[in-house]
Design a protein around this ligand. Sequence first.
Ligand SMILES: NC(=O)c1ccc[n+]([C@@H]2O[C@H](COP(=O)([O-])OP(=O)(O)OC[C@H]3O[C@@H](n4cnc5c(N)ncnc54)[C@H](OP(=O)(O)O)[C@@H]3O)[C@@H](O)[C@H]2O)c1
Length: 263
Amino acid sequence: MTDVQQYGPWAVIAGGSEGVGAAFAHQLAADGFHLVLVARKPGPLEATAEAVRARGVEVRTVATDLTDPASLAAITAATDDVEVGLLVFNAGANSYGRAFTDGELDRFQGVIDLNITAMLGLTHHYARLMKDRRRGGILLVGSLAGYVGTSTEGIYGGVKAFGRIFAEGLWAELREYDVDVLELVLGVTRTPAMERAGLNFEVPGMHVSEPADVAREGLAALPRGPVHVVSGNERLVAMRSTEDRARLVAGTEKVMRSLVPGR
Ligand SMILES: NC(=O)c1ccc[n+]([C@@H]2O[C@H](COP(=O)([O-])OP(=O)(O)OC[C@H]3O[C@@H](n4cnc5c(N)ncnc54)[C@H](OP(=O)(O)O)[C@@H]3O)[C@@H](O)[C@H]2O)c1
């Protein structure tokens, strides 16, 4: 159960329409949080908002692309009159997996705009208010990809590594103000985005998490930052922290080819 006195009464979920984001929304609503849900596609966003409202809480929606610089003002305008005690930054799956020299620079920039620029913009806005109030939580959704570079996921891995290190720094900065910061590190998770991307969930020996379990574990770990690895993925994090980087990167390349067809 997530404490609405510590982290409420309102939560903003950036990427709150489906998958892990929708699971966060349902679980927080069940604990009495009012919500602001953000996503691009209005249809799934409104459908999730409607389902969550049925739990008896207020839900606002902002249909915007977080890579658009105007999205920050649109989201903060939607929360000007309420107290946001929890920010969940969930949006951020890789939208452009290409070899760097084959890809378009502006598409790589989009991955950076979402995972770094938009994340920093929202965190800066809400974390300052939480610091003044001396309570709140920031939960950033990260990835195992942030522990190793691969030929087609180098930018994505880089932004996820950034998120984790940033979360550690912010945790150190805000702990004396009773604002909790957590980087929640996901491994392969059965989300609609990954299903649409054609991810092969059947790779032998691979651990696959379900969105509701990931969200539950993340919310429970929020007071125990700065980093929590979703259970089942601890061994991979340990492996990816080896000093033999050449062996690790070469081995990971092979795994990525079986995981994402065509890459
Ligand atoms: N699924 C996995 O296997 C896996 C593994 C490791 C880490 N993760 C991390 O888990 C998080 C969630 O991933 P996911 O698989 O659910 O995919 P995702 O594409 O990040 O989608 C999650 C939510 O974010 C919204 N969203 C995506 N891009 C957006 C944008 N530019 N502006 C506004 N909203 C946006 C989506 O709705 P719209 O599409 O309508 O905008 C959806 O509600 C990400 O941070 C990802 O890096 C996932």
